[in-house]
Structure formats: C-alpha cells, structure tokens
Design a protein around this ligand. Sequence first.
Ligand SMILES: Nc1ncnc2c1ncn2[C@@H]1O[C@H](COP(=O)(O)OP(=O)(O)O)[C@@H](O)[C@H]1O
Ligand SMILES: [Mg+2]
Length: 279
Amino acid sequence: MSILRSLASRDRVFDFLVPVESPVDVRHGPILYLEDVTVSFDGFKAINDLNLTIDDGELRCIIGPNGAGKTTMMDIITGKTRPDSGQVWFGSRHDLLTMNEPEIASLGIGRKFQKPTVFEALTVFENLELAMAADKRILPTLTARINGEIRDRIDEILEIIGLKPLHARPAGILSHGQKQWLEIGMLLMQRPRLLLVDEPVAGMTEQEMERTAELLTGLAGKQSVVVVEHDMGFVRSIARKVTVLHQGSVLAEGSMDQVSSDPRVIEVYLGAEAEEETL
Ligand SMILES: Nc1ncnc2c1ncn2[C@@H]1O[C@H](COP(=O)(O)OP(=O)(O)O)[C@@H](O)[C@H]1O
Ligand SMILES: [Mg+2]
C-alpha cells in the first residue's frame, strides 16, 4: 500500500472539508508586497519600515549581514511572526496579516529552512509522495486517476531535482546537497507560487552549489523564488535582482554589480563582517 493510501485510511489525518483557496491575483501587480513593515523584539526594531516588492516569476536574492532581519522577514511573510505595523499582501487579493501559518502555506507559499528535514527511512519517492499528502486540494478523491497524476508529478519533480536514479533509495543515504534538493522537491510537489529559501548552499560542495544554482534559476519563471544567502559567489552566480537588508530596512537594490559597488553596502559589509567573506 502506498504511503498516501495508508495515511488516507487513518482517521483525522486529512480535513476533507477544507475549501480550495482562491488563487493569487497578480494581474495588476506583484506577487508579494510588503509596505512599511515594522516589528520590534523587546523594543529593538528587527524589521524597520521594510518595503519590498517581488514580481511574479522573479528570482530575488536577499543578502545582508547577520542580524539584518532576513529570517525575521521570512517569518513575517509565512505568518510565524506578526509585525507591529505595515502591510503584507500576496497578490492583490490576499492580506497575509489576516491569515495564520497553515492558511498562508495553503495559498502556495513554500518555505525551505536551512536544515534539511527529509524522512531518512523513507525512499526518495516516498518522501515526495508524502509531501503531496499535505496538499489538501488533491484529497477529496484518492482515485486511481489521481494516483496516476501523483506518480507523473513525482516523476517530473525527480527530473527537476536530478534524483531520478536514486528514487528507490532511502533518503538517509543521500548527501547533504541531495537532501536539500529533495526537500526543495517536496515543496515543489505542492506547486507553490512563491518559494522562500533560507541559505540553500550552506555546507554544500562546489559541485552541489553549481547544481543548486541551475535548479533555482530553472524554477524561476514557473514560480517566484526568494533566496536568502550569505555565499556571495553563489549569489553572484544566480542573481538577477539583489536586495541588501541592513538593520531591518532595504539598504540597496539592483543588479549584483550595482549593489556590490554601492559605498553604503561596502561599508556595512566591511564594518559588520570584516572577518567574514566580503562582496
Ligand atoms: N524571536 C526573537 N526575539 C528577540 N530577538 C529576535 C528574535 N528574532 C530575531 N531577533 C533579533 O532580530 C534581529 C534580526 O534577526 P534575523 O532576522 O535572524 O537576522 P538575519 O536572518 O538577517 O541574520 C537580530 O538582532 C536578532 O537577534
Ligand atoms: Mg537568518
């Protein structure tokens, strides 16, 4: 019995009455819109009047020194943290500040945390199958036809993440990089419109980084992708538009060449992270 069927046969695993969310509306504007967003922790403004616009299908890199607010920004978009003020919209229809984390996820916002969280004892294929089970849109009828569609979808994802030859192997045998790709694949199973990826290449080999660059640039266009990353070589290799965060606000925005020659950006990086890699 497939993982999906055995799960479906259990009680209370799925809520069959969840309505299909209305699709994101990007006809007249961006897919993600943050306006004047501020959040304080004990009086300290981790995010301070942040304005950010991501276009549909865009690949955006977010860089900035430690403590700039990058992770907090993702927490706000995904509903984990509520801002004190400001606006956060997904397309023109969905006010994310009125929604909780599961509701925001079900709109099609997928988040990849830094550490891979695949199920090591399950095969690569089963991990992808299980990821599909979280998509409530496919659950009302687990028919043979739907199962065929799921298999096709898994095949398609295996191709995208380059793990087809390993589909029947337990995820536990994968390298660190391969686990990261599998987890991206698990997010893709749910056909996200917006993918948020936090430091995808930390701990990867050069070769894995190159493959990850291909993977992420290949995803752009089909979905919007926001990548937070410290590795400047990697950012340079995938970057179209780059946003530099500093003290919870946008310090600079533009091409990698534009932002890396901006004196304010150079100062922030040299000042805050002189011991780390610079632009
Ligand atoms: N839950 C929290 N409580 C208190 N301070 C926090 C919390 N989350 C983040 N911060 C602080 O907010 C600032 C921004 O953190 P973060 O968003 O993690 O930065 P980045 O991801 O850019 O390194 C840091 O000074 C951090 O210590
Ligand atoms: Mg962070």
